[in-house]
Each structure stands twice: as C-alpha cells, then as structure tokens.
Design a protein around this ligand. Structure first.
Ligand SMILES: Nc1ncnc2c1ncn2[C@@H]1O[C@H](COP(=O)(O)OP(=O)(O)OP(=O)(O)O)[C@@H](O)[C@H]1O
Ligand SMILES: [Mg+2]
Length: 404
C-alpha cells in the first residue's frame, strides 16, 4: 500500500509501448523480456500471486473474478480486469481516474482497493500486460441479494443497509467525489453485513462553481433506471444530489425487490418519474424551465405527486415513507443530502438499525447480480404483480410491467 501512488509509474523510457522502439531495437528477444521483467512496473505485483476461483461479474468495462492469494494469509480478493481493447497504447485514462479516486477514498463503507496487478509481459501476449484492480472480496452485491426471495430483510436490517449506504455517500461527498453510478449491483455487502459502495468507474471529483460560473460535466452518466430528473433534462451543472436520487431508488428497492422505475428510453424514464413524483413545474422546481431539454421533451402534465401513497403498501413504516419522499425529490436543491438523511427519524426510532450478519449467516452462497440468472426472473415479476396492490389503478398498463 505504501507504494500505491507510484504503482503505475515506470522507470523512464520503459513504457510497454516503447519497448521495441529506438532504445531497445538492438536488444535480443531474451534481453527484451528480461528488461521488461526487471524494470517494468516495479511497484506493481504480478497477478499470478492470486489464483482465480470464479467469474463473478461482467461489467461494461471488463470482467470481475473472485480470486485467492496463493501465499500469505490466502485471503479472497476480487480482481477487476482493466479493459485495454480500445487503447492503442498506454493505460486507459478512465481506469487511471478510477484508481486515483479509490486511492483517495478509505472508509469502512467504500470498497477497499488493495493494489494493481499485472500479468507478465511476454512474447505470447505481445509484451502487453493485462492489469487488474485488486479489491477486498465482498460476498454479495445488493442486486444479487434482492433477487433471491429467500433473503428476507427485517425493517431493522433495511435501516442498517441504508444507514451504511448513506454513511458511504456522506464520506465520498465530503471528499468532493460524485459516484455517478448508484445502483443495487454497485453496492456490495460482506458476509459480516458491512456495506461497501463499489464501482467508481464513472466517479469524478466535483467543485462548487464560484460566482456565476457553471460546471459543464458530462451528462450521460448513471444507469437509466437510477438516473435523476436533472440529468435526464440535460443538466451539466449537477452535484451530490444525483447520488441521493439513486439512494432513494435503492431504498425503495429494499421493499419492492426490483428497480422501481424501469424505463426503456430517457423519455419513458421521465414519464415514470413524473407519474410517481408529479409533473415537473417551476412551482415545485424553480429553474427547471432553464434546463436544456425541458422544452424539447414531452412531459406528462398535471400529474400529482404520489410517492408516499404508492410506496406505503410496500414500505408500511411511516418514517421510511417520509425519508423516501425526501430522497425522491424532483428539485435537486431541495433533495435531502446524506448528512440530513442520516439524522432522519427513520434511523432513530424503533426498530433501530440492526446487524445483518446473523441473517446473512443463513446464506452460505455468494449472491451477485451476474450469477442471478435471469436477473429479474418471471418468478420475481409475478411476485411483484401480486404485490402491486389492488388500490392502484395505473392509467398506463405498461406501468404494471415496468414499475415494480
Ligand atoms: N470487491 C468485490 N467483491 C465482490 N464482488 C465484486 C467486487 N467488486 C465488484 N464485484 C462484482 O462485480 C460486479 C462488477 O463490478 P464493477 O461494478 O466494479 O464493474 P463494472 O465493469 O464497472 O460494472 P458495470 O459496468 O456493470 O457497472 C459488481 O456488480 C459485483 O457483483
Ligand atoms: Mg458496476
């Protein structure tokens, strides 16, 4: 760990891409290999110190494996492969950003990056190493747990999950980092019931713009189902509230067991949001009319806000409904922040947040979204249709299918 910040530094003139260029042209193959082995990436161990056990994830940016340390204390790790396919040369900037952010963030509720590893550069791989981000292993992800109906969370356990999730968000936001990809699959839970925010592949540092200036961050972030209304309307001057919206979607999912708004397109996602949270008007959200897509997108009119009404049949707990209502607030300026959410009555009334380890000890198999095939099975859907309470008469039939 002491060398983390130097890990990707190489001795001058020894980048993988320039091996074979002028300075090394006169080397024999043997010499070249020796040169790479001896001098390349001196702070970056070889990945064969771990042995792969199973594939546990297939993300947009590469595969994730469960692996085990061969020596030492033989602990389990997760190895996330750095996808180099689109790189002509050098280390991908997106992975560098993820690593820099993970190096900064050290907290009980944030996944711990142990080190970066590489395969040996040999003639068979064209002297190109594969790199892995190596993390402490967590037994489950929340999407995997929620899609297994045998896993039942009590109200106290749901509170514990949300309290840890908000603790993690409070910590990263205090460190001026936006996660930008909140969703159940990116929330890991150890067998001891400790929650870790994971997947900082889309994360970035943020600043509060001074004077009249505005940030111009990329708008195309966050998985559609968890994307907040401001991003869907083209906002580029956003901040921590984007993650708080995701926290609200995840919180509701703790009871509904599947994502609450499963739009197929941005337009449909906005429609679902206004059917749940009410129409977007400058009345409830001053300034919404200035967002780039406000005028060009067709938005449902005269929709009433129904967050509490629609979630109460699932959530039942009144303080829980109130916190959800505050997280799923349209106006990002009015949306509750992590600090205030942690002080909400939900966490300070009986039943108090309770440890998850006892419940999890009944489930010895790891549960990951990737392994839960098919992800949201028909069995799940039937279950949700049963749960969709009689008193709801959705105007649009597609709602039954795609919302809960
Ligand atoms: N430390 C870990 N312990 C256990 N499982 C992990 C760990 N890190 C990641 N995973 C599993 O691998 C999956 C993919 O990892 P991650 O989200 O970091 O990659 P990604 O390629 O960015 O994914 P995506 O693009 O699908 O969001 C996670 O959803 C989780 O199931
Ligand atoms: Mg992910």
């Amino acid at each position: 760990m002491a060398h983390m910040s130097h890990m990707l530094q190489q001795p001058s003139g020894s980048t993988p891409s320039n091996v074979g260029s002028s300075s090394s042209r006169t080397m024999s193959l043997m010499e070249k290999q020796k040169y790479i082995e001896d001098y390349d990436f001196p702070y970056c161990d070889e990945s064969n110190k771990y042995e792969k056990v199973a594939k546990i994830g297939q993300g947009t940016f590469g595969e994730v494996f469960k692996a085990r340390e061969k020596n030492g204390n033989k602990k389990f790790v997760a190895m996330k492969k750095v996808l180099m396919d689109n790189e002509k040369e050098g280390f991908p900037i997106t992975a560098l950003r993820e690593i820099r952010i993970l190096q900064l963030l050290k907290h009980e509720n944030v996944v711990n990056l142990i080190e970066i590893c590489r395969t040996k550069a040999t003639a068979t791989n064209g002297y190109r190493s594969t790199f892995y981000l190596v993390f402490d292993f967590c037994e489950h992800d929340l999407a995997g747990l929620l899609s297994n109906m045998n896993v039942k969370f009590s109200l106290g356990e749901i509170k514990k999950v949300m309290q840890q999730l908000l603790n993690g968000l409070y910590y990263i936001h205090s460190n001026k980092i936006l996660h930008r990809d909140m969703k159940a699959a990116n929330v890991l839970i150890t067998k001891h019931g400790i929650l870790k925010l994971a997947d900082f592949g889309l994360a970035r540092a943020f600043s509060i713009p001074k004077n009249e200036s505005k940030n111009r961050y990329t708008n195309r972030v966050v998985t559609l189902w968890y994307r907040p209304p401001e991003l869907l309307l083209g906002d580029r001057n956003y901040g921590p509230p984007v993650d708080m919206w995701g926290a609200g979607c995840i919180m509701a999912e703790m009871w509904t067991r599947s994502p609450i708004m499963q739009g197929n397109t941005e337009q449909q996602q906005l429609t679902f949001i206004s059917q749940l949270c009410g129409s977007f008007t400058p009345d409830v959200w001053p300034g919404v009319e200035e967002l780039e897509l406000y005028k060009s997108i067709e938005l449902p009119k005269n929709q009433k806000r129904r967050v509490k009404e629609r979630l109460r049949p699932y959530v039942k707990d009144q303080t829980g409904c109130d916190l959800l209502d505050k997280l799923l607030t349209l106006d990002p300026k009015k949306r509750i922040d992590a600090d205030t959410a942690l002080n909400h009555d939900f966490f300070w009334t009986d039943p108090m947040p309770s440890d998850l380890s006892k419940m999890l000890s009944q489930h010895l198999q790891s549960m990951f979204e990737y392994l839960a095939q098919p992800r949201r099975s028909n069995q799940m859907r039937n279950y949700h249709q049963q749960l969709t309470t009689m008193n709801q008469k959705p105007q649009d039939n597609s709602m039954i299918d795609r919302v809960w």
